[in-house]
Write a new protein. Structure first.
Length: 391
């Protein structure tokens, strides 16, 4: 059968149909791309707290009342911390936030007898150790506050904002409570019948929870056991024992591996409990710098010799020793940021990158009691001031 020939009108009509179809496809693809960009922008805006960052910049833009040093006389400063690019100090009665130019952004009472602060990103947690209350907040608002039935032993805020709280309990020595980053529900609860839970942390990246618990074996040794759970099914993924070791710090790194530091050993664990790297040491560190959401850690050892010296050990992403160096002078305080480790000894602050390379030596008129590093700036709490240490 011969193919029917198309007349010029049919040819023109089909060309118009193809043109309109192509236009519809282009409009659909454009709308889909715009929607993707919009959703990505909204996610980034919420995830990175762009509104909070803009609010901080606006709040700190005025120079009125700004500038370092800040007078702290008459207060008992317990700890310094960072919230984004802002500097925080916790005292026995009040907590403050300052912009890098010294502008005070926040001042509030906590009403806790024994306050402890932990920070991650743009959030910070303050809890009453030995009491039963805590709160999580940003600079401009309180996100979550809770009063527990039993006393708080420790609490941790992950890099993603997940809250882990260890409390005492009625039937057990202690109990672990984990809340999601929206704080709408308690996603995990765990107790051990024959161990004392000391601390815990969580990772949204690997959907896992790590809890460190102490016990004693038949030989009378202290044993630290790291238990690994999944948040999705609330079942144990694995565990790892460290005999003769007492836990000092437990955090997740940026890859979702667990960074455990004890008094005799440091180790990185997978979420199933496999040891990825470790190092041991003969003496107990006087300071441990183990930040949540970052790779590696730093340890400080005080050598009590006739000529006082301080040893600093830098641990790589698997918590294997990458470098060890000695600083002349008596150790006083230290701090580690994402990029730098700063150790203050006998009137000088020695700044290293986190690989152990010495990058600067800073000094202050008064001895530092506490240090905090933001970017490349080093701040110190002295006897009566919060100041910026200059080269």
């Amino acid at each position: 059968m011969a193919k029917k020939e198309q007349n010029e009108f049919e040819i023109a009509r089909k060309k118009r149909q193809k043109k309109f179809a192509a236009q519809r496809n282009r409009r659909f693809v454009g709308a889909l791309l715009l929607l993707t960009i919009l959703c990505t922008g909204i996610y980034f805006f919420i995830e990175e707290d762009v509104a909070g960052i803009i609010g901080d910049r606006i709040a700190s833009s005025s120079s009125a009342g700004a500038g370092f040093p800040v007078d702290t006389s008459g207060t008992n400063v317990i700890k310094t911390f960072t919230v984004g690019e802002n500097l925080g100090i916790l005292t026995d009665a009040v907590y403050y936030l300052y912009a890098e130019n010294g502008k005070q952004l926040l001042s509030a009472q906590h009403n806790f007898a024994n306050p402890i602060v932990e920070s991650a990103g743009r959030r910070f947690l303050i809890y009453d150790q030995g009491g039963n209350r805590l709160f999580v907040r940003t600079r401009d608002k309180i996100l979550f506050e809770k009063e527990f039935e039993y006393k708080i032993i420790s609490a941790d805020l992950s890099a993603e904002g997940i809250l882990s709280v260890v409390t005492s309990a009625q039937r057990y020595a202690s109990q672990l409570h984990v809340f999601d980053s929206d704080y709408k529900e308690e996603i995990f609860t765990w107790s051990s019948s024959d161990e004392y839970i000391v601390c815990a942390s969580a990772s949204e990246k690997t959907k896992s929870i790590a809890a460190a618990a102490l016990s004693a074996n038949e030989a009378g040794e202290i044993v630290t056991t790291v238990h690994l759970f999944t948040t999705e099914a609330a079942v144990e993924l694995g565990k790892k024992e460290f005999k003769g070791a007492s836990v000092l710090s437990l955090e997740y790194d940026s890859k979702g591996d667990v960074k455990l530091i004890c008094d005799t050993v440091a180790a990185t664990l997978s979420k199933e409990g496999k040891v990825l790297g470790s190092c041991g040491y003969a003496s107990v560190p006087v300071a441990v710098m183990n930040l949540p959401g970052t790779n590696g850690a730093s340890l400080v050892f005080d050598r009590f010799t006739e000529e006082r010296a301080t040893d600093v050990v830098f641990l790589d992403e698997n918590l294997s020793e990458s470098k060890k160096l000695s600083i002349s002078g008596k150790y006083i305080c230290c701090d580690r940021s994402e990029n730098n480790t700063t150790v203050y000894c006998s009137g000088k602050a020695f700044v290293f990158n986190n690989s152990g390379e010495h990058t600067a030596t800073l000094g202050s008129e008064q001895d530092a009691i506490l240090l905090e590093t933001i970017g490349e700036s080093v701040f110190a709490v002295t006897r009566d001031q919060l100041c910026k240490i200059e080269k």
